[in-house]
Write a protein that binds this ligand. Structure first.
Ligand SMILES: [Zn+2]
Length: 448
C-alpha cells in the first residue's frame, strides 16, 4: 500500500527518482547509488553520530561492492552541526576537490547542508535518512541560516532517499515526535489551501493534495504506538513524511505541506526560539504547537457567519499599503526579518476592490467552505492529545514562549509569508483580533 503510493508519487516528482523505505533497506544502498549515480564516485557526508548509526555501514558496503568513493567528509565529533551557511561552504569546498556525488547521511540539518552544497557544486546528491524528524528529505530547498537570518535557499531535492526503519527506530525519541508534529501540521495546511482555493487566491492541485492528504489520517492515527517504538506506526509516519515532500516537489511549492502553522514555526525559528538548547528546539515541535494554535483559531472562526459580513464596509476600512507597511514595521524589528516581512505582506496585500470582490465570494461560498473545513480539520483538543501521545510539546510554555509572545504570534506570523492562510482570512474579515481575544479570554482555548 505504502510502496505503491510512493511509486505513484515518484512518477510526478521532478528530482527524486528513487525512495527506499522499510526495515533493512540500508542493505540496498549500493543498488540505489548505482541506479541514481551510475558508476560516478560518491562521497559520504556525515557527522560523528550519523557516521556511527549508518554512515560507516554505507561506506563499507560501497567499498565491498567495488563502487568508487572518495574519503568520507565527517564533521568533527562532540558538536551539534547546525544548518548554517558556513557549514554549506565547508561541504561545498570539500566537493570542489573532486567530482564525486555526495551522499548525505543524517536528518534535517545535515540533509539541508548537503542539499545546498551539492547544488552550489553543480551536482546531484542522495540522502540516507537517520531520523523520521521532518518532511524535508524529499522536498526541494534548504533551510539555511546566513548572517543570523534563517532562509529557504533554492536547490533541488535528492535523486534518491534511503530510509531504513531499523535506523530510524534507533533515533532519539524526540526526533520521531518532531516528525509527527511536522506531519500533523498537514491538517491545518490542508484547511488553509481549501480557504485559498475557495477565495480564488490559489487553486487546489488535486495530485499534490492527494499526495499530502491521502495518507495523512492513517499516518497520524497511532501516536502512542509510534512513541512506543511500533515499527508499523513508524513506517506510516515515514510514508506520510516522504509523500508530503513529494507533494511539494510535484507542486513546485511548499503549499501542499505548509500553512499558517508553519508561519508560526518560521517566525519562532527566525527569532531564534530555542536555538540555545542542545539539541535546538526542533522544527516539528514548533509546527505541532502552531497546528494546535491554528486549529483553535479555525474553531472560533467557523462559529461565525462570514456570509453576513458587509464587504463594502470592510473594504472601506481596509488599510492601504503605507499603513500595512507601518503595521509590519511596528510588529517586526528583527534585522532582516523586518524588510522581508514588509515585502511578503505587500505581495499579498489586497487593494480595496480586490478585497470587496473576495469578501463577496466568501459570502457566497461560506456555507460550503465551512462544511469542507469542518471535514478537513480536527478539534484543537484532539490535536493536543495526539501530540502529547507522540511525546511532542503541546503548550507554548514548553517551547519557552511567554503568554504575551505567543498571543502576539497570531498577528505577527500573518505578516512574514505571502502565502494566503486562515490568518489572512481572519485579518481581511476584520475578525482576527476578536477571535484571538476569545481564545485567550476566560473559558477560551488558551485561557490562563
Ligand atoms: Zn515542516
Amino acid at each position: 500500500m505504502g510502496e505503491a503510493r510512493i511509486r505513484a508519487a515518484l512518477a510526478e516528482s521532478t528530482d527524486t527518482g528513487q525512495v527506499a523505505v522499510g526495515p533493512g533497506v540500508l542493505a540496498s544502498v549500493v543498488e540505489v547509488v548505482e541506479r541514481s549515480a551510475g558508476a560516478e564516485p560518491v562521497q559520504v557526508v556525515a557527522d560523528a553520530t550519523t557516521w556511527r548509526v549508518a554512515g560507516e555501514q554505507v561506506q563499507r558496503r560501497l567499498e565491498a561492492a567495488g563502487h568508487a568513493t572518495v574519503a568520507p567528509y565527517r564533521f568533527p565529533p562532540g558538536s551539534f552541526v547546525p544548518a548554517t551557511y558556513d557549514n554549506v561552504e565547508r561541504v561545498r569546498d570539500a566537493l570542489a576537490g573532486h567530482r564525486a556525488v555526495p551522499v548525505a547521511v543524517g536528518s534535517g540539518s545535515l540533509n539541508d547542508i548537503v542539499k545546498r552544497a551539492a547544488h552550489e557544486a553543480g551536482r546531484p546528491y542522495l540522502v540516507v535518512a537517520t531520523a523520521a524528524s521532518m518532511d524535508g528529505y524529499t522536498a526541494f530547498g534548504a533551510a539555511i541560516t546566513r548572517d543570523g537570518y534563517k532562509q529557504t535557499m533554492t536547490c533541488p531535492a535528492p535523486r534518491a532517499v534511503v530510509a531504513d526503519l531499523e535506523v530510524l527506530a534507533g533515533a532519539p525519541p524526540p526526533m520521531t515526535a518532531s516528525g509527527y508534529g511536522d506531519l500533523l501540521g498537514k491538517v491545518t495546511a490542508g484547511a488553509d489551501w481549501l480557504v485559498a482555493d475557495a477565495l480564488e487566491v490559489e487553486p487546489v492541485d488535486p495530485t499534490a493534495w492527494e499526495l499530502a492528504q491521502g495518507p495523512l489520517r492513517e499516518a497520524v492515527g497511532r501516536p502512542a504506538e509510534l512513541a512506543g517504538g511500533d515499527r508499523d506506526a513508524l513506517g506510516r509516519l515515514v510514508e506520510g513524511l516522504v509523500l508530503s515532500g513529494l507533494a511539494m516537489q510535484a507542486h513546485a511549492s511548499s503549499r501542499p505541506a505548509s500553512g499558517a502553522e508553519h508561519q508560526f514555526s518560521h517566525l519562532w525559528e527566525m527569532e531564534g526560539l530555542g536555538h540555545d538548547r542542545r539539541p535546538p528546539l526542533s522544527h516539528g515541535f514548533k509546527v505541532g504547537v502552531g497546528t494546535v494554535a491554528i486549529a483553535a483559531l479555525y474553531e472560533r472562526l467557523l462559529e461565525r457567519d462570514l456570509a453576513a459580513l458587509d464587504p463594502e464596509a470592510l473594504a472601506r476600512a481596509w488599510p492601504g499599503p503605507e499603513a500595512a507597511e507601518a503595521a509590519v514595521r511596528s510588529a517586526h524589528t528583527t534585522p532582516g526579518l523586518d524588510d522581508a516581512a514588509v515585502t511578503e505582506t505587500l505581495a499579498k496585500h489586497a487593494d480595496p476592490e480586490t478585497l470587496a470582490r473576495r469578501l463577496a465570494l466568501l459570502a457566497d461560498r461560506w456555507p460550503d467552505l465551512r462544511d469542507r473545513l469542518q471535514a478537513q480539520l480536527l478539534p484543537a483538543t484532539e490535536l493536543r492529545e495526539l501530540l502529547a501521545a507522540a511525546g511532542a510539546p503541546t503548550r507554548p510554555s514548553e517551547l519557552g514562549l511567554t503568554r504575551g509572545a505567543f498571543r502576539d504570534t497570531y498577528r505577527r506570523a500573518q505578516m512574514i509569508r505571502r502565502r494566503y492562510t486562515v490568518l489572512d482570512l481572519a485579518a481581511e474579515t476584520g475578525t482576527l483580533d476578536e477571535l484571538v481575544g476569545e481564545l485567550f479570554a476566560p473559558g477560551g482555548f488558551w485561557a490562563a
